[in-house]
Design a protein around this ligand. Structure first.
Ligand code: GLN
Length: 482
C-alpha cells in the first residue's frame, strides 16, 4: 500500500487495524517530502521532532488497546502564518526569519487534542499577500501538476503539499481567495468557512475583517472532517461564533429541488471558455439529479476587487505596523552594514530591507487610503460598497439555496507570467474576493482538467450553511466518479 496517498479515513482504518504504525507513516512522509519537495518546494520547514513524538503517543495508545479518534495519527501540514508552539513561523518573510511561535493557535490546539500529527510549515506569499506563492521571500512553490506553473496563492504550499501527496491534509488561510484559488489550481478541495466560524487566534493577521483559516484536503469528506475539528466559538477571538441553529432541519434531502443560483456577472467576459464548460458540466450533474438552476445577479461584484484592495490594504497597513525592527521583526540594527542615524532610521531600514515589494506596496496604498483627507474618498467609500456587496448576496440567498461559480477565470498560469503586473495578478481573485467581503462560506472542488491542469468549481452558501455546502459538494464528487 502507498502510505502517502491515503485519505483521512484510510489512515484511520490502517492504524486501527494495525496495518502500519503512526511512526512508520510519519517516517514514510518525511522521507518522501525530502525527495519530492526538492522539486515542488511546498514546505518552508519540517517539524520532524514534534511529528515523531506525536506519532509515538498514538502508537502507545493503539498498543495499549485504546480507541483512537478519527483524526488521531493523521499527518498534516500547516501554512506558515499559523502558530505552532516552539516551531519557526516566518510567514515567508525575511522580517520574521528567526521568529519562533511562543504559543499554539486555537486551531492548532484543537488539532493537537484530536491527535493530529504536524509534518511541517508550508510556503506562501509573504504575509499571505499574493495569488501565486511567488511573493515568498524563500522561493516560489511549483504546481505538482506542471512544475513550470504556479500552485496559486497565497496558500500555494498547503495546496501543493496535498496535491503532491506530501501530507494527508493541510490548513491554509483565506482573505480574498487564498485557500480556494490554490485548491482549484492544484486539483484539491479547499474550504473558506463563514467569517467567525473558525477562531483566528494565532494566525498572523493580514486583513482581520476578512481572514479565515480553513482546510485543504484530497476529498470533500476529509475537508469537512477537518473543518468540524477546528470550528467553534473561542473566547480569544471576539469575532468567532457558533452557528446560530441548523439552517436545514432535515427538510431538503438529496438535491431534488435544490435551487442553485448562477450569477450572470461571473459567466461573462474574461472567463476562459473551457473552464466555463467544465464548471457548467459539474452543475449539470446536479440538475440531472433534480436541482433547479436560477439565473441571478450580483450587480456590485463589478466593484469587489477595487473595494477589496482598499479595505484589505488599509487593514494590512495597520496590522503590519508592528514589524518595525524594535518591537517585532528582524532589525537593521543587527546588520553591521547599515549606518543608522536614529530610531526613525531603524524603522525605515528594517521595513525597507526585510519586507518584500508586495508587502511594502500594500502598506503604502493602505496608509494612503486611511490618511486624513483621503479617508472619506477611499476607505469610507469602500466600506459602503462592501455593504452593497453583502446585500447582493443576502438578496440572492432569499431566492436560492446555493450559488455556483468558477473559482478562477483560468487554470494555473506560468511562473513569472504575472509577477510584474500586479493588476493582472489581482484579477485571478475576481470570483473569490466578493465572498470574503460578504463573510459567507465557500468551497472549491475539482471539476475536471484541461490537459493536465485542474479546474475548480466554487460553491457559495449563506452564513453558517457549511453543512449544506459539504453535502451538495459530496453529491457532486460522487456524481463525477461516473
Ligand atoms: N490573492 C489575494 C491577495 O493577494 C488574496 C490573498 C489571501 O486570501 N490571503 O490579496
Amino acid at each position: 500500500m502507498e502510505l502517502k496517498n491515503l485519505t483521512i479515513s484510510q489512515v484511520h482504518n490502517g492504524l486501527k487495524n494495525k496495518e502500519f504504525t503512526a511512526k512508520a507513516l510519519v517516517k514514510g512522509f518525511l522521507s518522501y517530502i525530502k525527495k519530492e519537495d526538492a522539486k515542488v518546494h511546498a514546505y518552508l520547514s519540517t517539524t520532524e521532532k514534534l511529528a515523531l513524538e506525536q506519532a509515538e503517543k498514538v502508537d502507545e495508545k493503539i498498543a495499549a488497546g485504546l480507541k483512537i479518534g478519527p483524526l488521531e495519527g493523521v499527518p498534516c501540514a500547516i501554512k506558515d502564518n499559523i502558530l505552532v508552539e516552539g516551531e519557526k513561523c516566518i510567514a515567508a518573510s525575511k522580517i520574521l526569519a528567526n521568529y519562533v511561535a511562543p504559543y499554539d493557535a486555537t486551531v492548532i490546539r484543537k488539532l493537537k487534542s484530536a491527535g493530529v500529527i504536524f509534518l511541517g510549515k508550508t510556503n506562501m506569499d509573504e504575509f499571505a499577500m499574493g495569488s501565486s506563492t511567488e511573493n515568498s521571500a524563500y522561493g516560489a512553490t511549483k504546481n505538482p501538476n506542471d512544475l513550470e506553473r504556479v500552485p496559486g496563492g497565497s496558500s500555494g504550499g498547503s495546496a501543493a503539499a496535498v496535491a503532491a501527496d506530501e501530507c494527508v491534509f493541510s490548513l491554509g488561510s483565506d482573505t480574498g481567495g487564498s485557500i480556494r484559488q490554490p485548491a482549484s489550481f492544484c486539483g484539491v478541495v479547499g474550504f473558506k468557512p463563514t467569517y467567525g466560524a473558525v477562531s483566528r487566534y494565532g494566525v498572523m493577521a493580514m486583513a482581520s475583517s476578512l481572514d479565515q483559516i480553513g482546510p485543504l484536503a484530497k476529498n470533500v469528506a476529509d475537508c469537512k472532517m477537518v473543518f468540524d475539528a477546528i470550528k467553534g466559538k473561542d473566547t480569544r477571538d471576539a469575532t468567532s461564533a457558533n452557528p446560530p441553529a441548523p439552517l436545514l432541519k432535515g427538510g431538503l434531502k438529496g438535491v431534488n429541488n435544490l435551487k442553485i443560483g448562477i450569477p450572470k456577472e461571473y459567466f461573462a467576459k474574461g472567463l476562459n471558455k473551457e473552464v466555463e464548460k467544465l464548471v457548467s458540466a459539474a452543475i449539470g450533474k446536479l440538475t440531472a439529479l433534480g436541482a433547479k438552476i436560477v439565473e441571478i445577479s450580483l450587480p456590485y461584484s463589478e466593484y469587489a476587487l477595487a473595494c477589496y484592495y482598499i479595505i484589505m490594504a488599509s487593514e494590512v497597513s495597520a496590522n503590519l505596523a508592528r514589524f518595525d525592527g524594535i518591537k517585532y521583526g528582524t532589525s537593521a540594527i543587527s546588520d553591521k552594514q547599515s549606518a543608522l542615524s536614529g530610531l526613525l532610521d531603524v524603522y525605515l531600514q528594517s521595513r525597507g530591507q526585510y519586507l518584500g515589494a508586495e508587502a511594502r506596496r500594500r502598506i503604502m496604498l493602505g496608509t494612503y487610503s486611511l490618511s486624513s483627507g483621503y479617508y472619506d474618498a477611499y476607505y469610507l467609500r469602500a466600506q459602503k460598497v462592501r455593504t452593497r456587496i453583502a446585500d447582493d448576496f443576502k438578496k440572492a440567498f432569499a431566492g436560492v439555496d446555493l450559488i455556483m461559480t468558477p473559482v478562477a477565470p483560468t487554470t494555473a498560469f506560468k511562473i513569472g507570467e504575472k509577477i510584474n503586473d500586479p493588476v493582472t495578478m489581482y484579477l485571478s481573485d475576481i470570483y473569490t474576493v466578493p465572498v470574503n467581503l460578504a463573510g459567507v462560506p465557500a468551497l472549491s472542488m475539482p471539476c475536471g482538467k484541461i490537459g493536465k491542469l485542474p479546474v475548480g468549481l466554487q460553491i457559495i452558501g449563506p452564513h453558517f450553511s457549511e453543512d449544506l455546502i459539504f453535502r451538495v459538494a459530496q453529491t457532486i464528487e460522487d456524481a463525477m466518479r461516473f
